[in-house]
Ligand binder design. Structure first.
Ligand code: SAH
Length: 346
């Protein structure tokens, strides 16, 4: 019998679960608090439960755990990059970054990814498996314990495509937001997607006011398709429509991520078309200088092109920033760290 992963259940689900196994509903809340507020992971240590209940839960369920496999500390700022070892020996990445307003964690949602973006290291070996909600929460709790910090902001921008693991990210968001657990405000959660349109509508209808961030990377479908295979499935026009719907439902301003790649998406024509595309969308553009990887034979745009991009968009009243590089000395692009180390333990 496979054991149920108790830390992947929302409060409501835990309450139902307790009822199903013949316990009082409030035991669900006690267990939820133990896992997500106390960040405990030993069922046998839950002192508010009788020995009988602890034994029963231990037999039926588990609280999944992860270890810090490696940590890389920036010497330039407080950024820490993590490789976490999962129970099945898979490795994932996470990053903790310190800003003026507190710590932000960037977490993974899948082991690998099947989206196939040309410039991204996380996808080069395809999708291995989805992460559970508990494994997403564990990335946060493990960093908090390791650094003795409180994480205020969470970005789903590590390895994986969150909207390709929809059920689990939804549970994770509900769990991490619950005031009886970690109590993270929805406004402090950002989900980044390559643009899986039907799932953007589904997320909008959930009514959770989290920030939606779209990896656009080109305002031309023909170019976008070349660097992002998902572009063949959903057009830019349909992505923007979905973004408008998302904004209408949640009132949240959309973030547009745009990785600048020399000669691919950084010309004046690109700027002008991007203005067209974003015209009428309440959004903020985040320009990301490409982090070169060996499988992608391109370099980042020159500083003057990056600055021109920002200047021109701002001139058209499109709020634009250049992503501040955190941990520049440990700045392996998404997925590169993991790929360097997976060989070690398999
Ligand atoms: N799958 C999601 C989230 C993970 S990637 C998504 O596509 O949004 C997080 C962001 O980093 C995306 O905008 C992605 O396009 C970008 N990215 C990936 N590899 C990169 C690289 N080598 N250089 C710069 N940005 C990169």
């Amino acid at each position: 019998m496979t054991k149920i992963e108790l830390n992947s259940l929302t409060l409501e689900e835990l309450e139902k679960y307790m009822f199903i196994i013949g316990e009082k509903k409030y035991r669900g809340e006690q267990l939820f608090r133990y896992i997500h507020d106390n960040q405990g992971n030993e069922i046998l240590d839950i002192t508010v439960f009788s020995k009988g209940l602890r034994d029963k839960l231990e037999r039926l369920g588990k609280i999944s755990q992860m270890e810090v496999f490696k940590r890389f500390d920036s010497k330039l700022d407080s950024t820490k990059k993590y490789l976490f070892l999962l129970e099945d020996n898979n490795i994932i990445e996470g990053v903790a970054m310190e800003y003026e307003h507190g710590w932000t964690a960037c977490i993974s949602t899948q082991v690998g990814c099947r989206m196939g973006c040309a410039f991204c290291a996380s996808t080069k070996e395809g999708l291995v498996r989805n992460l559970s909600a508990g494994e997403m929460a564990n990335q946060i709790y493990t960093m908090e314990k390791d650094l003795n910090i409180r994480i205020n902001n969470i970005v789903l921008m590590g390895s994986g495509e969150p909207l390709d693991n929809y059920e689990n990210i939804l549970k994770f968001i509900k769990i991490i937001h619950d005031e009886k657990g970690h109590n993270t405000s929805y406004r402090n959660i950002t989900l980044s997607t390559c643009g899986i349109v039907p799932k953007i509508y589904a997320l909008a209808d959930e009514g959770l006011p989290i920030t939606l961030s779209i990896s656009l990377h080109s305002p031309f479908d023909e170019i976008r398709k070349k660097i992002m295979p998902i572009g063949s499935k959903y057009t830019i026009e349909n992505i923007i429509k979905a973004c408008k719907y998302y904004h209408d439902r949640t009132s949240r301003r959309i973030t547009i991520e745009y990785t600048l790649i020399e000669g691919v998406n950084d010309s004046l024509e690109d700027i002008n078309q991007l203005k067209e595309v974003l015209h009428n969308l309440n959004c903020h553009v985040n320009l990301i200088p490409l982090n070169p990887i060996k499988e992608f034979d391109k370099v980042r745009s020159s500083n003057s092109n990056i600055n021109r991009f920002k200047r021109e968009l701002n001139k058209s009243n499109i709020s634009t920033t250049i992503r501040k590089e955190m941990g520049g000395d440990i700045n392996a692009a998404c997925g590169q760290l993991r790929r360097r180390y997976t060989g070690d333990i398999r």
